[in-house]
Ligand binder design. Structure first.
Ligand SMILES: [Fe+2]
Ligand SMILES: [Fe+2]
Length: 207
């Protein structure tokens, strides 16, 4: 990797962390009138969206690391397209957190660096494993978002619309990875990924 490529990647990281994501697509249900939520519902939604915002920071870093480590142009394009959609997710999550009067995770820089390293390591294992890692990440996120849909207030149409739109995109990313030749990861690896994600989601729910 050349030094100017490194600078570009570093700049991407800073922009992700500085919180200047720009959504290419409009906020889902952006025109739906917000329903009055109870303070508990609002607080819970803000905490869940903080977790999702943190997850999207991790997604940016994972894909960036994976793309940096790969020489395959098609795979790089797929990762960049996915990262582009994750940037919408990041922007939507941020907007919804602001509407709910919440805040983003203080530990985002830490999660970012960790995810970048994990993504790069996955990328070094070769395309089939790299895609397998992408597919499994998306599958786990999809399930995780379903858990949030189950927990969110049925009246919170705006948060639910954002989460549902994310979930649809993540399923699309998993299908893309599969179509490009993702290898199914061994179960212990999937479990280790789930355990790492659990640490992130548990901590960012609070901090
Ligand atoms: Fe996402
Ligand atoms: Fe995704």
């Amino acid at each position: 990797m050349r030094i100017d490529d490194l600078i570009v990647e570093f700049d991407k990281g800073l922009r992700t962390l500085a919180g200047v994501p720009r959504a290419a697509r409009p906020m889902p249900a952006g025109d739906v009138e917000p329903t009055a939520l109870t303070p508990e519902e609002r607080q819970e939604a803000a905490a869940l969206m903080r977790v999702n915002h943190c997850g999207e920071i991790c997604a940016q870093a994972l894909y960036q690391g994976q793309a940096m480590a790969s020489e395959n142009a098609e795979l790089k394009r797929a990762l960049e397209q996915a990262a582009r959609e994750e940037e919408d997710h990041l922007a939507w999550a941020e907007q919804r957190i602001a509407e709910l009067g919440g805040r983003t995770s203080l530990l985002n820089p830490l999660w970012y660096v960790g995810s970048l390293a994990i993504g790069f390591a996955a990328g070094r294992l070769g395309d089939a494993w790299n895609l397998g890692f992408l597919k499994e990440t998306e599958r786990q996120v999809e399930r995780h978002l379903q858990g949030h849909l189950d927990r969110l207030s049925p009246r919170d149409a705006r948060t639910r619309a954002v989460v549902a739109a994310m979930q649809r995109d993540e399923a699309g990313h998993a299908r893309t990875a599969e179509a490009l030749g993702a290898r199914e990861l061994p179960r212990p690896v999937k479990e280790a990924m789930a355990a790492a994600a659990k640490v992130m989601t548990t901590v960012s729910y609070r901090v």
